[in-house]
Design a protein around this ligand. Structure first.
Ligand code: GEK
Length: 252
C-alpha cells in the first residue's frame, strides 16, 4: 500500500487544531516515523510482549489503532510464540482495534488487507472511552492516552484494569513532560532537533507544535506510573525512554 511523504506543514497554514483527518491518514507512517523517537522499538516490543502475554481464548485491544501497526505487531507476536497452535488461523484470539477517526480506520482496513494475519481482527470506529474491555490478555495504548482529556484518563485506565485478566499486560506509550523545567526545555529542543534531522523544517516543526497545542497533553512519567499503580496494577515500569517519549508496561 502506498503512503505519501508528510508535507502537511510545509506550507503556511491558518492556525487550526490538529485532526486525524484524511490528509493525516494518507501520510501517517511517514509522520509518526519521523516525529516519534523510539516508535519502531516500541512496535517491536509489542510483538515480543504479545508472544509472552497473549493467551488463547482471550481478547487483545489496540486502542487508538491508527493504521494498525500495533495490531499487526501483536498478531506477529502471537504467531511467533505459536500460541495459535499448529493451525495457521486462530479464531480463538481476537484483536479489537479501535479508533474514532473514520479516515484512519478506512486506511487501517486497507493496510491490514495487505498482510496475512492469523488472529481474528475486528475494527471498531468509536471513542475508546466507550470501549468495553473484556477477557483481555493484552491492551495497547500506543501514543493515544495523550489525546484523551486529562480528567478522563483515570477512569479509562481503571476500566482497562477491570477488563484485563490476572497476569495480563497493558502497554502505554506517550509523549511526556518534566517538572524540572530546564530538563523539559532541553528535551523539547532535542526532540525538535530529532525532527530536523529527519527532514522537517523549522516552519513545519513550529506549525505542527501550534496545531497540537491543547490537543496532545503530555504528563510526567511519575503521573503515568502513579495512575497505573492506583488502578491496582501489581507491576508498573517504564521500559523505554527516548527524550520526551516513554513506554510503560503494567501487569495486573
Ligand atoms: C500506532 N497507536 O501507530 N477514541 C478513539 N481513538 C482516538 C481517540 C479517542 N478518544 N483520541 C484519539 N484517537 C498508533 C498511533 S496516533 C498517535 C496512535 C499520534 C486516535 C486518533 O484518531 C489516532 O489515530 C490515534 O488515536 C493516535 O501505534 O498520532 O501521535
Amino acid at each position: 500500500m502506498k503512503f505519501k511523504d508528510d508535507n502537511i506543514y510545509k506550507v503556511t497554514q491558518e492556525n487550526s487544531p490538529f485532526e486525524f483527518n484524511k490528509q493525516v491518514a494518507s501520510v501517517f507512517p511517514d509522520m509518526i516515523g519521523r516525529s516519534v523517537p523510539g516508535y519502531q522499538a516500541v512496535i517491536n516490543m509489542i510483538e515480543q510482549l504479545a508472544g509472552r502475554y497473549v493467551k488463547d481464548k482471550t481478547n487483545c485491544y489496540d486502542l487508538g489503532c491508527s493504521l494498525g501497526e500495533a495490531t499487526l505487531a501483536m498478531d506477529r507476536g502471537i504467531v511467533n510464540a505459536n500460541t495459535a497452535g499448529s493451525d495457521s488461523s486462530s479464531p480463538e484470539i481476537t484483536i479489537v482495534s479501535v479508533d474514532n477517526s473514520t479516515a484512519m480506520l478506512d486506511r487501517c482496513q486497507l493496510h491490514l488487507d495487505c498482510y496475512k494475519h492469523h488472529s481474528f481482527i475486528t475494527l471498531k470506529c468509536e471513542d475508546i472511552l466507550t470501549t468495553k474491555i473484556e477477557n483481555a490478555s493484552m491492551v495497547v495504548l500506543n501514543y493515544t492516552l495523550q489525546f484523551i482529556p486529562v480528567e478522563k484518563r483515570e477512569s479509562l485506565i481503571n476500566s482497562i484494569f477491570e477488563g484485563l485478566n490476572d497476569g495480563a499486560i497493558l502497554i502505554v506509550s506517550e509523549k511526556i513532560s518534566f517538572i524540572d523545567q530546564p530538563v523539559n526545555q532541553l528535551f523539547i529542543e532535542l526532540h525538535h532537533q530529532f525532527k530536523k534531522d529527519n527532514g522537517y523544517s523549522d516552519l513545519e516543526i513550529s506549525q505542527k507544535r501550534n496545531a497540537l497545542e491543547n490537543v496532545l497533553i503530555p504528563e510526567t512519567l511519575e503521573s503515568h506510573v502513579k495512575r497505573m499503580v492506583d488502578a491496582g496494577f501489581k507491576h508498573v515500569n517504564c521500559w523505554q525512554q527516548h527524550l520526551n517519549f516513554a513506554s510503560f508496561i503494567a501487569i495486573k
